[in-house]
Design a protein around this ligand. Sequence first.
Ligand SMILES: *Cc1c(COP(=O)(O)O)cnc(C)c1O
Length: 370
Amino acid sequence: MDPIFVAKPMLPDRRNVHDYIDRIWKSGLVTNEGPLHNELENRLKVLLDVPVAKLFCNGMTAMLAGLHVFGFKPGAEIITTPLTFAATPHAIALGGFKPVFADVAPDTLTLDPEAVERAITPNTAAIYAVHVYGTICDNAGLMAVCRKHGLKLLYDAAHAFGVTVDGAPVGTMGDATTFSLHATKLYNTLEGGLLTAPDGDLAQRFRLLRNFGIVDEATVSDIGFNGKMSEVHAAIGLLNLDIYETERTFRRNLRANYDSIVSDIDGVRPQVKQPGVVSSEQYYLLVIDEKVHGRSREDIYNALKERGIHTRRYFWPICTDFEPYKDYPIYSTRNRPVVEAVKNSLLCLPFHSGVQDVHINAIAEELRRR
Ligand SMILES: *Cc1c(COP(=O)(O)O)cnc(C)c1O
């Protein structure tokens, strides 16, 4: 059995890439909103069913643009979850704001609106919520908090590409939504990011931010950075659009397979199922209750690793365990935050089309062992 990793980049056929490279080299248009970039941007706007979709060179720059566009005061507090990739609080901090951490709900592991309320001060400007593992946040609950306190609501949808909630596209929730198109994400452009919003008027602001604020040859209207996606990355993105649904379907079946394995194992539960939500199929998450199961997450992680199956203890450590945020409290409705209790029980299984029956059987065997 070959070793298997938690993620494997979805890559198009190399011959098709060469065709695009030939076109790019012939045209001499390699970046700065080239034809492939614009084609990809338009196709993503249609696919994701959003009024605004702007491409960026990576998810982090899309996040910085999303945070900048609303004109929050320097140093303003932005409430987020500690159960996310480091990029989320980093974007807030690098944007010149202060990340404030609130607890998650025990079932969805997304921001708990009640915990968020406890974190609010007169300096709070926004909530930056994360659809972590592709589980969708309590939008109604967070919106209610935002309306009550006059806050903006941003979503990090790095794990939620292609999700719909009761038919509505995830990219129109809140005031702005950021996606990562990094190689580890199902739909990827190798490196890439996307910023969407329900307000069409923001399109031009997003464009200016990603291109130094340049309006035309003689006019710079805004302070901007370089967040542009190259034609080569856009070409990969166009080709990956053709294979994206096939990979997603493979993963949907793999999820059903994993689900049926864990359904009769006490102490192991899969990620919560949300009625009306069409999943991104980005991750397969298990929550392992050591007291019930008998083995700890570490035991299972190490045993699988010895067999060449590399799972990930996502997201552990959590952001407040990292040096830059270690003195930051986690606002919660409980004495011990949910996230502190759950962080040592999370395990993401290999989840991509490279996973074969031998891997699934080995995983099943290891999860059943007591
Ligand atoms: C991947 C990821 C990002 C960052 O995206 P990049 O494209 O790598 O900059 C942000 N947030 C979350 C939750 C992620 O998983």
